[in-house]
Write a protein that binds this ligand. Structure first.
Ligand code: CA
Length: 245
């Protein structure tokens, strides 16, 4: 028996938040090609914007504007390398952009299969049967210490090192992304987001908002509103992708 093809719908929203003068987050999506990306740039306002915009542009170009010659996870790793190279070489050529970089979380989908790609501390989640599960692992100093059992969640929240990320695009000549392969079911809802969302809202609050019976556009607005109401200390980006029968 052939199983029905899964289709995807998506919506995204980015917001400067309430404290920052500029928005260094960027996103890109193509429902047609099954490519969804969120990046959170760093290195000072102008540089951060350059890095995240370059990363989204390079990734989108690599994954939507050339024929796929390899399986999606290999294509994804190649795209990440191309984006890394573009940012790194630009920062080497331009001293004012030196040290710029960006996080990247991406979702690639193909019928019932999906791949979550991660570098840094932006996050990818999946809501299935009303339960929210974080798929990606943060490449941050405190999260790595938590995973090693050397720090508690409470200590991490208070740590002066909580902004230190251990992997980024564009800060080194090469980077290796984590790639998580998933099987999708109709009804699955994927969330890609920058840390400006999840630092303001606990996973249980995000889960309760994603359970609401709203359109994806409305849900993005609610998430951004809630993060702003909680303080909006950072730029906020969310991208939602729903698998539909
Ligand atoms: Ca951020």
């Amino acid at each position: 028996m052939a199983s029905a093809v899964v289709h995807y719908a998506a919506s995204a929203l980015t917001d400067r938040g309430r404290k920052r003068a500029s928005n260094e987050d960027a996103f890109g999506l193509s429902v047609e090609h099954g490519v969804y990306i969120v990046c959170d740039g760093m290195g000072g306002a102008a540089a951060g914007e350059v890095a995240s915009t370059l990363a989204v542009g390079e990734m989108m170009q690599w994954l939507t504007q050339r024929p796929r010659t390899s399986p999606p996870p290999i294509e994804a790793a190649e795209a990440v390398n191309a984006a890394n190279e573009a940012i790194y070489s630009r920062s080497q050529r331009n001293p004012s952009l030196n040290g710029m970089g960006t996080t990247l979380v991406a979702l690639l989908v193909e019928d019932r299969r999906a791949w979550m790609v991660n570098v840094g501390d932006s996050r990818g989640y999946r809501l299935r049967n009303s339960n929210l599960e974080q798929i990606t692992l943060d490449h941050s100093l405190v999260e790595e210490q938590i995973r090693l059992g050397q720090m508690s969640q409470e200590e991490a929240l208070r740590s002066p090192l909580k902004n230190v990320i251990t992997r980024a695009l564009g800060t080194q000549s090469a980077v290796t992304p984590d790639i998580f392969e998933l099987e999708t079911e109709p009804g699955d809802l994927f969330l890609l987001c920058s840390d400006g969302l999840v630092r303001e809202l606990s996973d249980s609050v995000v889960e309760s908002l994603l359970r609401l019976d709203l359109t994806l556009e409305e849900m993005c607005s609610r998430l951004v509103e809630a993060a702003n109401e909680a303080g909006g200390h950072d730029n906020i980006t969310c991208l939602l992708v729903r698998a539909e029968a």
